[in-house]
Ligand binder design. Structure first.
Ligand SMILES: [Zn+2]
Ligand SMILES: [Zn+2]
Ligand SMILES: [Zn+2]
Length: 212
């Protein structure tokens, strides 16, 4: 059960990455609009990006809730995805089905709260703040946890303030967190919009700055 649940969380994180990149942002085509297999969701998502950049990370669609077509599109899409994958995984692992349902609900909770409380977002999911506010919005695809952005080299950090405590995006004791960050950065280094000044500091100082 628990192995299935954890496996389901990993699959859901991979899905966040793939769906956000290929369905919500779409594939760039020279001289033509971007291609998405679900054009309505792509349209809704780019409208979300425009709104968020105009309003310092706020999205009024979440205040309006169900009456807002973009919010409705997100809820219905999550329900469809959870229904399809939850059913597919059921014969394989009930734990995976459970984690698919959890992940869909958690995605909505996190994404909605992030755009209602931008300060909370900067602390809890800084990778998503970077996703919207960096000049290149085609990076930082994961929303709830940054795992597959590290694995696939698409975590692009804009500033030390917006570097997560560690690549798991989970609060851990500082010693563990720092070790994990060092280890992951050797294997799957995060990219930076600009090389932070801290790089020129010694590692103890750098750790001090990063370790918040
Ligand atoms: Zn996006
Ligand atoms: Zn508002
Ligand atoms: Zn967003």
């Amino acid at each position: 059960m628990w192995k299935g649940f954890i496996a389901g969380l990993v699959v859901a994180n991979a899905f966040e990455w793939v769906a956000h990149k290929y369905i919500l942002h779409g594939t760039h085509r020279a001289g033509k609009p971007r291609y998405s297999p679900v054009p309505d969701s792509m349209k809704s998502h780019w409208e979300h990006h425009r709104e968020v950049r105009k309003t310092t990370f706020h999205d009024h669609g979440y205040v309006e809730g169900w009456s807002n077509w973009r919010t409705k599109n997100e809820i219905v899409s999550l329900a469809v995805v959870a229904g399809v994958f939850g059913t597919l995984f059921y014969p394989v692992s009930k734990g995976m089905t459970l984690s698919v349902l959890y992940s869909a609900g958690n995605y909505y909770y996190i994404h909605r709260r992030a755009h209602l409380e931008p300060d909370w977002a900067m602390r809890k999911i800084p990778w998503h703040y970077d996703h919207h506010m960096n000049s290149n919005q085609d990076a930082n695809w994961c929303v709830t946890k940054p795992w597959f952005d590290y694995i696939l080299g698409t975590r692009v950090i804009s500033s030390l303030d917006l570097q997560e405590q560690n690549p798991l995006g989970i609060a851990l004791p500082h010693v563990v967190s720092n070790k994990l960050t060092q280890w992951v950065n050797q294997v799957f280094p995060a990219k930076w919009v600009q090389t932070p000044k801290a790089i020129t500091l010694n590692s103890a100082q750098a750790t001090e700055m990063v370790d918040r």
